[in-house]
Write a protein of this length. Structure first.
Length: 219
């Protein structure tokens, strides 16, 4: 009589979180990782649009202050710290949506790359400390601390969706300064909550490889 042997497979779900400041190459790294691992990639910008549209109209301006801009050059009229504060506000407005998505993907054993400026170190630490999710999270933040390098990288951007396309020199300068200031805040948060990060130094391709290596080496 033939014996049938059953094999049990353990499904290991991985959620790859790529946070950081705007315009630091998060989407490029996500695209590389998606191709290498065949894992779907979602930007938190998509969640932002959904949550914004579901938010009562009376609360939208408070929770999503950037959504009121119709011209990118308007950004140069806003103080740098105000831009940082608004970015943190929008990120906090998405934490329930981000948390729900991650926990859903873990619950149904689906791998996911989630990338965006709305991912916060404090929230990531909560996930890493939670027995239900800690073994499924791999994370890195991409930051910048050199304004000339950041400005050059933004000017060389050739992505299909460049929201700075056609912006004035003043706007480029303003956004670069904002990226540095927000990176400084994120660096302090990452240090506080023990979250890994990479700081851009201008060697873009080598840094991308290091980021991918760091994500795959965790656990």
């Amino acid at each position: 009589m033939e014996t049938i042997t059953s094999t049990c497979y353990t499904i290991i779900t991985m959620i790859y979180l790529i946070g950081g400041a705007p315009r630091t190459g998060k989407s490029i790294v996500s695209s590389i990782l998606m191709r290498e691992l065949s894992v779907p990639w979602l930007s938190t910008d998509a969640l932002s649009t959904v949550v914004h549209n579901l938010t009562p109209i009376s609360e939208r301006a408070e929770k999503f202050p950037y959504k009121g801009f119709t011209n990118v050059d308007q950004l140069s009229e806003i103080e740098i710290q105000q831009k940082v504060d608004w970015q943190i506000t929008e990120a906090n407005s998405l934490q329930i949506a981000i948390d729900s998505l991650i926990r859903h993907q873990v619950g149904v054993n689906d791998n996911q790359i989630l990338e965006g400026v709305h991912i916060l170190p404090q929230h990531v630490r909560t996930l890493l400390d939670d027995p239900a999710t800690k073994d499924q999270i791999r994370v890195v933040f991409i930051l910048s601390d050199d304004e000339p390098i950041q400005l050059q990288a933004m000017r060389q951007n050739t992505s299909h969706h460049d929201w700075l396309a056609g912006a004035s020199d003043e706007t480029f300068q303003s956004v670069a300064a904002f990226v540095i200031r927000y990176s400084q805040w994120l660096t302090a948060e990452c240090d506080k909550y023990r979250i890994p990060y990479i700081i851009r130094r201008g060697a873009f391709e080598a840094e991308n490889n290091e980021i991918i290596r760091l994500l795959q080496a965790q656990h």
